[in-house]
Design a protein around this ligand. Sequence first.
Ligand SMILES: *Cc1c(COP(=O)(O)O)cnc(C)c1O
Length: 217
Amino acid sequence: MKEIESYLNIKQSIPEGITLVAVSKTRSIDEMMRLYEAGQRDFGENRVSELLEKKDKMPLDVRWHLIGHLQTNKVKFIAPFISLIHSIDSEKLLAEVNRQAQKQGRIITCLWQVFVATEDTKFGLLPEEIETIHCKETLDQYPNIRISGIMAMASLTNNADQIHKEFAKARAVFNQLKTNNLYPHKMEILSMGMSSDYKIAIEEGSTMLRIGSKLFE
Ligand SMILES: *Cc1c(COP(=O)(O)O)cnc(C)c1O
């Protein structure tokens, strides 16, 4: 039951109003069910195939989050049920999510993934690209999409100052979009913070943490 201890400790340390997404990639159904039984309902996966496999084995009231890079040809598999797509990094992907959402008669909630790290191996749109794409003319073409905020990953570094700066950049984009006030796209979610940097993310205004390894250690 060591797992549950880490989970409960982290859960308890998170301020009210911040959502915890349990990142369950590479974890077994048994491990996930222990968290589920302790009350966890939001689970995040970064690969569509793994997400689909697990969805069949987990209870129906789990809210599934797609947190990793999403290929357009995989959207159709998750469109019927996905709760939040954190990783919109192109208009092409947005258009495909809209198309598949329309087919399902659903509105799908999505976040722009902003690139704020120093490594160029990570996906995401630049802050200025998001400020351009997040406009009425573009979003009106995709009526089955609700953009609800921003997702960011900081660089993998021990330099806390740098992580602070990168998360602050993401928060600035989030706040900028808030002022645009593009109904019905309400900016409510700032998804940032993983096992190694979630405390910094909370200090920088995160409203949604994506924590994996530390929950299960
Ligand atoms: C794996 C992953 C996480 C969680 O990482 P941990 O270090 O295990 O907490 C968060 N976000 C994304 C996009 C991930 O791929």
